[in-house]
Design a protein around this ligand. Structure first.
Ligand SMILES: Cc1cc2nc3c(=O)[nH]c(=O)nc-3n(C[C@H](O)[C@H](O)[C@H](O)COP(=O)(O)O)c2cc1C
Length: 191
């Protein structure tokens, strides 16, 4: 039997009913509908310190990251996943600090040509308060994820983004919810 495709969904909103989290949960439904395994982790509720650039992960890779916080759990989940969806609010014209922390700390998984997200299928979900992806700064986050995927040779499968300001507001945006669901399905079968 073909093993289930594991999709890790990192949801960075720190708030209850965060719009990006609601879209992340929709994407998880899509993953499951397509026969995959979805693991949604609300990283906005974890304790994760910034990378301190000690480079211990480079000089002693077998020891891994020296910072023993909630990122240790994520290292295991990132390694085990074949697909990753990054779901983040836009804060100050880019991805949120909570999301950037995790990406910085993923630096600890690397070995010459291999990085944490190398070879994985990747999806991106963004929500923002302003009228569109340009005014909100969503474009900067998209560009960041494109550059990251290109650098580590990950396969950017799709992006979903839209306006939603108050917590939970996205619930009434059926089109966006459908796009998130479809992104989840596409992560399992990128074609
Ligand atoms: C600190 C902070 C900075 C924000 N910066 C922006 C911004 O630069 N552009 C924008 O369109 N919305 C901005 N917003 C609005 C959020 O992106 C918006 O409320 C979004 O829906 C939050 O996602 P969430 O519901 O998943 O937490 C900001 C909100 C906060 C709290």
């Amino acid at each position: 039997m073909k093993p289930l495709k594991r999709v890790l969904i990192l949801a960075a909103s720190p708030r209850k009913n965060g719009n990006s989290t609601l879209l992340a949960l929709k994407a998880a439904e899509g993953v499951k509908a397509e026969g995959g395994e979805a693991d949604v982790v609300e990283i906005g509720h974890l304790k994760i310190a910034p990378c301190n650039a000690c480079d211990s992960c480079i000089t002693k890779p077998e020891a891994g990251c020296v910072i023993k916080d909630d990122m240790q759990l994520l290292y295991r989940k990132i390694r085990a996943a074949q697909g990753i969806i990054f779901a983040t609010p836009i804060y100050w014209f880019n991805m949120s600090a909570q999301m950037k922390l995790v990406i910085d700390r993923a630096y600890a998984i690397q070995d010459k040509q291999y990085f944490a997200f190398t070879g994985k299928d990747v999806g991106v979900i963004l929500t923002y308060g302003d009228v569109d992806v340009f005014a909100s700064g969503g474009v900067n986050a998209l560009r960041s994820f494109q550059d990251i995927c290109s650098f580590v040779k990950a396969n950017l499968v799709g992006t979903v983004y839209g306006t939603a300001n108050k917590a939970g507001e996205v619930q009434t945006n059926r089109e966006l919810l459908q796009k998130a669901y479809d992104l989840g399905k596409k992560l399992v079968n990128p074609k």
